[in-house]
Design a binder for this molecule. Sequence first.
Ligand SMILES: *[C@@H]1O[C@H](CO)[C@@H](O)[C@H](O)[C@H]1NC(C)=O
Length: 315
Amino acid sequence: MGQHWFLIWGIICGLCVSAELERFQQPSKGDGSLSFLVIGDWGRRGAFNQSQVAFQMGKIGEKLDIDFVVSTGDNFYDNGLSGPHDPAFEESFTNIYTADSLQKRWGDAEAQLSSLLRKIDSRWLCLRSFIVDAEVAEIIFVDTTPFVNSYFLDPEDHTYDWRGVNPRKHYITSLLKGVECALRESSAKWKIVIGHHAIKSIGHHGDTPELATHLLPILKANGVDFYMNGHDHCLEHISDTESPIQFLTSGAGSKAWRGDVERRNREGLKFFYDGQGFMSVELTQSDAEIVFYDVYGKILHTWNAGKQLVDHSSM
Ligand SMILES: *[C@@H]1O[C@H](CO)[C@@H](O)[C@H](O)[C@H]1NC(C)=O
């Protein structure tokens, strides 16, 4: 019996070690709290209200004394960066998010030449998938692009960089294992997963069924609190109907107002805004507050969640 368990334990640990995602430390504030902003789909050299959103982020960032910024991807329009010396990086990032409060680490959910760009702007942390261990929260960045079937089957005029992704099936299996292991082993109060594509959205692109099939069950089984994404150029909050997970879209960093929302009734829909803006997250051991802002810094929607303090006397 003992030997049997030892063997199973060995297999589980072995799998976790081999699938381990790179991990970065982000200390909480002195009082144990953490705050950050979430922005997506932004890089247009300041156009389409990008600069106005950046200005408001600077103000709210200062007010909340943020620890870092999360980018939900699609950072450089229209075609990403041609290389590390593409001026778009500075024109759409370094020269736009100039406020003191935004001179923090930027973690991003899509790979964008991290190590070379970090030499140009040290804020940039952008790998395919990785973990930020922020004490009160475990934040897992998941590279969701390889999940989307149509990018492989029908890429149209897009070119995708699949270096390191093929063979795709193996890549996805190992990534999911890494996410599952990290979540299972985490003792952080808040578990947050960040991807570029929405699991649930009523915006232009809508749901990503591949993520609902493969990623969502792992999030549900491991007590994830928030899934955050961009891709749809809007701000949005949908509560899962079968678990405590909140789906939060912040993809409104520049071009928005698409006007083609699926206005069908979506169960759990709490908030949808078609225009530009961003989101803030404040976490303590017992409470979370999510706030969405528009281009003027006006609060559009607030969501509070609480954690039951564990009652050790009954355990
Ligand atoms: C900029 O934001 C304002 C206020 O939401 C909006 O009326 C305007 O259309 C936006 N401009 C663009 C180019 O999206």
